[in-house]
Design a protein around this ligand. Structure first.
Ligand SMILES: Cc1cc2nc3c(=O)[nH]c(=O)nc-3n(C[C@H](O)[C@H](O)[C@H](O)COP(=O)(O)OP(=O)(O)OC[C@H]3O[C@@H](n4cnc5c(N)ncnc54)[C@H](O)[C@@H]3O)c2cc1C
Ligand SMILES: *[C@@H]1O[C@H](CO)[C@@H](O)[C@H](O)[C@H]1NC(C)=O
Ligand SMILES: *[C@@H]1O[C@H](CO)[C@@H](O)[C@H](O)[C@H]1NC(C)=O
Length: 499
């Protein structure tokens, strides 16, 4: 009798079952495996709080059919094998810190998000003077582990950003002039390939994979551990200083000279940022000064420090974790990042600021709610890539620029409400486009686009140059012949889409 009832019930449920999406089947396949205990499903508190922890609202509003949180490389391999083996296509996203601001970089609708939150151990290996880091760690975890030991490694300047994504895009730190880009401080990656093999990529093992991971992001596999060089450290000097907008030309002058002399002052770093916050309502200049030893007001900043009239000043002898905490990312806004590179040329900066003033005036007229805009100007000098080749190479293609001193430009805009997405995204794109056009008109343009700051409408992989595109395509073909990371992982910048 029960048998009959169950059969009837099953028949009644059949239409429902067939309405299941492919992605639901993928989650069911994961639930049938040893990953059952690592699954988060819609409606669960843990699922919702993982979504809320994305840096950007657009990424937060994407709802994967399930989130899988493997705790080891073996479990990541099992997840990849299960998803790839499914008859129905199982699309997935790869998430470390979740700090990319464009929608779908590290989250997915109609798919599975592989979330590396629990692959985040930070372990210092004193014998080999290296630190082993799980990609799901945030930079605060790395700094607070190393600092008390009197050592540090190159890392992101905001405590909340993920180790995985930042490193695989290049990585700029306060230590870059002296120590090189963050990706060039990697000694070894552990990687789960499309077929579920767990391999090492270093200068001696799979060196072609080692090179393309440094800038090639999520095109080749899922990185499950990164070993970084470390170096001695006994504190820093630095902080944030706010000035009135009237000082902008003095700051550009100081920045151009500072960038031309980075090689002589490799411990010093500076970022000049025109800023507007609707809640404050005035046009300001924010400058981050940072020096990699505890020396108060080092000489490299003399020209900056002679600029009078600052409104507030947090500079002090401090440490990396405190500096990074001051730039912790909030998760309450929609965010636009975009990027552009041009020559370290006062004319471009001056024109860029004029264009910014116009774009800002339009936003002030049309935008509602709380919003903010920061424009980051950072030096990108040849010493940043001096050691790249010797350390196994990366694919950023910066060597092409020989001894040119460059400037890295980034609009960072945040706002409330999806209905304003188009307004702010367009403002960001307009800044980048108009400044590029001007830079070209005076021969001060540069093709490089920094992946970690790029909007999805930009093409950073192509900007690395033809030779590096060829290297990345060859490595994708060799390590992922079926194109799993091209077809099943739609998020991020895809090498298969580069002509
Ligand atoms: C507040 C803030 C401060 C920042 N400061 C800096 C800075 O100081 N220096 C700098 O260079 N950049 C900086 N950035 C930019 C930052 O590098 C990028 O946003 C980066 O993508 C963040 O990495 P994530 O792991 O948090 O991101 P995620 O969104 O999790 O990942 C980014 C991309 O990498 C892929 N990916 C992530 N982990 C893996 C993995 N383990 N294996 C394979 N693919 C993977 C993802 O699929 C995704 O496409 C900052 C960003 C923010 C929001
Ligand atoms: C870093 O600085 C902060 C605040 O300045 C302090 O609380 C912390 O103890 C310091 N950490 C180390 C390891 O020195
Ligand atoms: C900011 O202004 C104060 C007060 O005049 C001054 O003491 C301080 O040195 C200034 N800071 C910088 C970084 O110039």
């Amino acid at each position: 009798m029960f048998g009959v009832k169950i059969a009837l019930l099953a028949a009644a449920l059949a239409p429902l079952a067939s309405a299941q999406s492919d992605a639901d089947c993928c989650c069911a396949a994961l639930a049938d495996s040893a990953l059952k205990a690592c699954l988060l499903l819609p409606g669960q508190t843990a699922y919702e709080s993982r979504l809320d922890s994305y840096f950007d609202k657009k990424q937060q509003s994407i709802t994967p059919n399930c989130i899988v949180q493997p705790k080891t490389a073996e479990y990541v391999a099992l997840a990849v094998k299960t998803l790839v083996a499914s008859e129905k296509p199982c699309k997935f996203a790869i998430r470390s810190g979740g700090h990319t601001p464009y929608a779908g970089a590290s989250n997915i609708d109609d798919g599975v998000t592989i979330d590396l939150q629990y692959i985040s151990a930070v372990e210092y290996d004193a014998d080999n003077k290296l630190v082993k880091v799980g990609p799901g760690a945030i930079w605060n975890d790395v700094f607070t582990t190393l600092e008390p030991l009197g050592i540090i490694t190159t890392g992101g300047r905001s405590s909340t950003v993920g180790v995985g994504g930042l490193t695989l895009g290049g990585g700029i730190s306060y230590f870059t002039a002296e120590q090189g880009l963050i990706c060039d401080n990697v000694l070894q990656f552990e990687v789960v390939l499309a077929d579920g093999r767990i391999v090492t990529a270093s200068q001696t093992e799979n060196p072609d994979l080692f090179t393309v991971l440094k800038g090639g992001n999520n095109n080749f596999g899922i990185v499950t551990q990164i070993q970084f060089r470390t170096f001695k450290y006994d504190g820093m000097w630095g902080g944030l200083v706010v000035y009135p907008q009237t000082t902008i030309q003095d700051h550009f002058n100081a920045l151009v000279n500072f960038a031309n002399n980075v090689e002589k002052n490799p411990k010093s770093a500076a970022i000049v940022m025109p800023v507007y916050q609707s809640s404050v309502g005035s046009d300001l200049i924010l400058v981050a000064y940072d020096h990699a030893e505890p020396v108060v007001r080092p000489a490299a900043f003399d020209e900056f420090l002679a600029i009078p009239g600052n409104i507030s000043d947090t500079t002090a002898v401090t440490n990396m974790s405190a500096l990074a905490a001051a730039l912790a990312g909030s998760t309450t806004s929609s965010v636009y990042f975009g990027t552009l590179t041009f020559a370290n040329d006062l004319r471009v900066m001056t024109e860029a600021h004029k264009i910014y003033t116009e774009v800002l005036a339009n936003l002030k007229e049309k935008a509602t709610g709380e919003w903010q805009i920061y424009i980051l100007y950072q030096p990108l000098p040849p010493v940043y890539w001096k050691e790249s080749v010797a350390r196994g190479g990366n694919v950023l293609g910066l060597e092409r620029f020989n001894d040119q001193v460059l400037c890295l430009y980034q609009p960072y805009i945040s706002w409330q409400g999806a209905e304003q997405d188009a307004l702010f995204q367009q403002a960001g794109a307009e800044l980048v486009d108009r400044i590029r056009t001007y830079a070209k008109s005076i021969g001060a343009d540069n093709p490089y686009l920094y992946l970690d700051y790029a909007d999805i409408t930009q093409d950073p992989l192509a900007s690395y140059g033809a030779e590096n595109v060829k290297k990345m395509k060859a490595a994708a073909e060799k390590y992922d012949p079926e194109g799993v990371f091209q077809k099943l992982v739609p998020g991020g910048f895809k090498i298969s889409k580069v002509a």
